[in-house]
Design a protein around this ligand. Structure first.
Ligand code: SAH
Length: 246
């Protein structure tokens, strides 16, 4: 075993005993020519845990999910890098740290039902699906929705429902949600999403009208009042559709 592998196994052990045992006995450890498991371990260790993310369920989900399958095969070498990557149609899969940061901030419980706006590659939906009971995700670009569907199906996710449509309107049929995550930027929070958030629920959104900088905002709904906490700067692709007309 290389030094890297020993270091990685030690790190995994510190995360969870079960994860360690699964790692040792997993068949794919021995059939991983691209060393994607090692790349995931260093991604989680350096970019995620190293920057202060502590939620074990978030760390475990990101250790498990083959992020390289969520980008075009020509980009797989860069899939575990500390940056967003293009996923076609001018859209991007978020930087791993941003995915972890947003997911942790939602303070999710295993029984939660979560709505995502902006399926994109499906990676964020997969992270959520490892943590909560049911994920609903809406994508406005048909091509991206269909590609994400195929991959999520291939990976065996049974608790993700996808929809082609404008996420401005949420997904009324399955509302209310315990948490809502919007992975595209907007200059306001779409009112239907606030309505579809449960009392006590949390919503996270990159708020701002400029292209390269928005404020990641965490909204909590309590007694019908909204409490907004500004978490920091991010750069997301803009939400399109109805939000632009308001
Ligand atoms: N969460 C994604 C990345 C999102 S990129 C992932 O894990 O890969 C932002 C996505 O939001 C793009 O796919 C874009 O098409 C989608 N989007 C933009 N406006 C939208 C809207 N009004 N409703 C639903 N999806 C939207």
């Amino acid at each position: 075993m290389s030094v890297m592998a020993v270091k990685s196994v030690l790190f995994l052990f510190s995360l969870s005993l079960l994860g360690f045992i699964q790692y040792l006995f997993a068949d794919n450890v021995h059939a991983d020519p691209d060393k994607t498991i090692e790349k995931r371990l260093s991604m989680v260790e350096e970019q995620i845990a190293g920057r202060g993310i502590k939620d074990r369920r978030v760390l475990d989900a990101m250790l498990k999910i083959p992020r390289h399958l969520f980008v075009d095969s020509s980009l797989k070498e860069r899939a575990y890098g500390d940056h967003p990557l293009p996923i076609g149609e001018g859209q991007t899969i978020s930087q791993p740290y941003v995915v972890a940061w947003m997911t942790e901030a939602l303070n999710l419980k295993p029984s939660d039902r979560v709505l995502e706006i902006g399926t994109g590659s499906g990676y964020q939906a997969a992270v959520l699906a490892e943590i909560v009971s049911q994920v609903y995700t809406v994508e406005i670009r048909k091509g991206l929705k269909e590609t994400a569907d195929k991959l999520l199906d291939k990976l065996g996710y049974k608790n993700i429902k996808t929809k082609y449509g404008d996420g401005y309107y949420g997904w009324e049929e399955y509302a209310p949600f315990d948490a809502i995550i919007i992975t595209a930027s907007a200059n306001h929070i779409p009112p239907p999403l606030i309505k579809q958030l449960k009392e006590g629920g949390r919503l996270i959104i990159p708020l701002g009208s400029t292209l390269y900088y928005q404020t990641l905002s965490l909204v909590t709904k309590n007694n019908k009042e909204l409490n907004v906490e500004q978490m920091g700067g991010v750069a997301f692709v803009p939400m399109t559709g109805e939000v632009k007309r308001k």
